[in-house]
Structures are given as C-alpha cells and as structure tokens.
Design a protein around this ligand. Structure first.
Ligand SMILES: Nc1nc2c(ncn2[C@@H]2O[C@H](COP(=O)(O)OP(=O)(O)OP(=O)(O)O)[C@@H](O)[C@H]2O)c(=O)[nH]1
Ligand SMILES: C[S@@+](CC[C@H](N)C(=O)[O-])C[C@H]1O[C@@H](n2cnc3c(N)ncnc32)[C@H](O)[C@@H]1O
Ligand code: SF4
Ligand code: SF4
Length: 328
C-alpha cells in the first residue's frame, strides 16, 4: 500500500482572485466564519500531535489564497521547525508574493508553486476575473522575486482551458528553455465551474506533449516534488515540463495525500467526499490528540477504498466544497 505522508493544508478559503475555473465571479460560496477557522495554535497542535505521529512528513500550504492568512510567515516558521518536517511547500497565486518572498524563505519555506495561466495580461485578467487594474505584472514580479530569493524548484501551474489559453502552451513551455523554472500543465477538473467545463473542458496532457514534441522534442525528466505530475524536458532546456493528468490518466493508485480544510475537516480524497472527519470540533470538545491520532489511523487504513474510482464515468458534479475551499 502507498505510504500516505503528504498533507495539503488549506490556510484560508478566501481568495483575492476569481479564477473562472475555480471560484468564478457570481458563484455563491459560503465562506468559513472567522470563529470556525482553525486558529494558529489549533493548526500547529494538529500537525505536531496528530499528523506527525501518524507519519505525515510533507506539508503543502494552500487555500483559497494562503498569503491572505494572517501570520503566514510565523506559521511557516513553526511548521518548518518541526524536526520531522521533510518537505514544506506552498501553492499561491503569487499576487502578494514579491514583498514577502524573502521572509517566507527565511522562515524555512523552500519550494513554491505559483499559478500562472497566461503570459498575455489581458487573457490573464479574463481568467482571474479581474475588471480593474491589470494584475499580471504584479504576479510576474512575485515569480521573479521567488526566483531571485532562491526557491528551488520554482514551479508554475497552468490550468489549460480550451479556447481560452490553450494557444499559449508553446509560449509557456518556452519559458523553461532559458530559465530553471518548472512549468506544469494541469487538466481542468469539473469541480468549481461546470458551465465553463461544458462537455469536455480539458485538453489531454498527451495532446500537449505531442505539440511540444513536434516543436522541440521531449524527453523524460525529474524534479523534486510530492505530487502526481509526470515530468518531461525539452532537450537542453534549463527547466522541466510537468503534466498533471487527472482527467486522462488515473494516478489514484499512487495517491500519497490527504487534505485539511481551513475549518479543520480532514478529507481523504479530493474527488470523493466520503470519510471526512471534523478534527476541529473534536479538538474543541476536548478529545485528546491521542484519540485523534487513532481516528486518523483508522481513516488511513480505509483510504484505498475511498480513493476516487468513478474516473470512467467522469467526476460527479455535486461537491459540497469547491477547489478554493479544499485547496486543490
Ligand atoms: N485529482 C487530483 N489532482 C491533484 C492532486 N494533487 C494535486 N492535484 C492537481 O494538481 C494541481 C497542482 O498541485 P500543487 O498544489 O501545485 O501541488 P503538487 O503538484 O502536489 O506539488 P509538488 O509537490 O510540487 O509535486 C492541483 O491543484 C490539482 O489540480 C490529487 O491528489 N488528485
Ligand atoms: C485552489 S488553488 C489554491 C492556491 C492558490 N490560490 C493558487 O491558485 O495557486 C490550487 C491549485 O488548484 C488549481 N485549480 C483550481 N481549480 C481547478 C480546476 N477546476 N481544475 C484543475 N485545477 C484547478 C489552481 O490552478 C491551482 O494551481
Ligand atoms: S485557483 Fe487559486 S487564485 Fe484562482 S480563484 Fe482559486 S484559489 Fe483563487
Ligand atoms: S482523486 Fe483522490 S485518490 Fe485520486 S489522486 Fe486525487 S486525492 Fe488521491
């Protein structure tokens, strides 16, 4: 059985963007009330006294937008300081990153994945639902800052949406030629915006690889990470290309992760809502962390049964939480 040692932690369910594929403008989202959010102390207690003892050693901070979480640098410092923490990373939209990148690095964050769906500012604004001042430039500065501070590997996530940004695949891939950046193309999942997804809102990684292969050639490669990306490289390029193919391929048999929501629900699978447990309410009710460890161990034991299995029939549309609430 696969070892499950990677916890994706959503620090906050709110976001300063409204990406079309994730939380489109106008979508009704029930935000978590302040008093329902795990406090810093509760989160650190769960990590130290529940997750680490049952074998979790890799942590990713996500959201919503994790940089909106108050005290995010202090949280990073605390999690990085646990001797059992082997890998601490973050997924962010990068908008608030430039001024805080050095502090995050100094606090112990070493890996960062930044979403960048387009190199064309107008298309970018269209994707992130921005009607005001252009935001692409500030995200680009965040990426540059992360690179110069020394985050390594530095990964850029691209959700490929047919008719919106799929014409940019080669331009995005070309970023890796001269830069040690790692571009990852993600197949759009029908969770967040069903209307945009339509009948077939995703482009298969195999198609993208073929485009890139025809232009430059492509060889298998590797980069440090804990996720499901298949990694390739343009011959001679400084960076790599990752493909996250949750629609066209099944990587559930190598699933190594669970997810903790900002209000303390532990979720064994992104695409299946079965088996979730409410750790925050239990903690607040005075249940001991030893008992919580036992509950998490039981969940780990049945995780293979919960892992997503309806791939052939497509994902179901009735999720009570969307991507921004789960953390991707
Ligand atoms: N279906 C599915 N998709 C996932 C899973 N993990 C990550 N993804 C997809 O991959 C996207 C990017 O993930 P990231 O937050 O960058 O993290 P990662 O790929 O695990 O990170 P690395 O450790 O750098 O490999 C997510 O938003 C999802 O769309 C998973 O367990 N199941
Ligand atoms: C939910 S976001 C949270 C972190 C941060 N706000 C960001 O955008 O990087 C995490 C990842 O989920 C991806 N994502 C969101 N909705 C998705 C969808 N419907 N299909 C595939 N990936 C999605 C985003 O592109 C991003 O890389
Ligand atoms: S993908 Fe990230 S940045 Fe975009 S709306 Fe979702 S949480 Fe916000
Ligand atoms: S869909 Fe569920 S089981 Fe499959 S890789 Fe994602 S989280 Fe794991």
């Amino acid at each position: 059985m696969n070892q499950v040692d990677y916890l994706r932690i959503s620090l906050i369910d709110r976001c300063n963007f409204r990406c079309q594929y994730c939380m489109p403008e106008g979508a009704e989202i029930d935000y978590i009330l302040q008093q329902q959010l795990l406090t810093d102390v509760e989160l650190l207690t769960l990590i130290q006294e529940v997750f680490i003892p049952v074998g979790f050693t890799r942590f990713r901070l996500t959201g919503g937008e994790p940089l909106l979480r108050p005290h995010v640098v202090e949280l990073v410092r605390a999690i990085a300081s646990f001797p059992q923490t082997q890998d601490l990373s973050m997924t962010t939209n990068g908008f608030l990153l430039a001024p805080i990148a050095q502090n995050l690095y100094d606090a112990g964050l070493r890996r960062i994945n930044i979403s960048l769906d387009s190199l064309e500012p107008e298309i970018f604004d269209q994707i992130i639902g921005n009607r005001g001042r252009g935001k692409w430039e500030q995200v680009w500065q965040g990426i540059q800052a992360a690179y110069s501070v020394g985050f390594d590997p530095l990964k850029l996530n691209v959700v490929v949406i047919p008719g919106v940004n799929d014409h940019e695949v080669l331009n995005l891939a070309a970023l890796t030629l001269e830069r040690n950046w790692h571009i990852r193309f993600i197949e759009f999942m029908p969770i967040g915006n069903w209307q945009l997804f339509g009948d077939r809102g995703w482009v298969s990684s195999a198609e993208l690889r073929q485009q890139i292969r025809d232009r430059w050639g492509l060889t298998e490669s590797q980069v440090c990470g804990a996720g499901p990306a298949d990694v390739f490289q343009i011959p001679g390029a400084k960076g790599t290309l990752g493909f996250i193919s949750q629609m066209s391929e099944c990587f559930c048999d190598r699933c190594n992760r669970m997810r903790l929501s900002a209000d303390g629900w532990l979720r064994p699978c992104l695409l299946n809502e079965n088996g979730q447990i409410d750790l925050k309410t239990a903690l607040r009710a005075g249940i001991s962390t030893a008992q919580l460890q036992e509950q998490v161990r039981e969940l780990l034991a049945i995780k293979p049964e919960i892992n997503f299995k309806q791939r052939e029939s497509g994902t179901e549309g009735s999720y009570t939480r969307t991507m921004s609430q789960i953390g991707g």
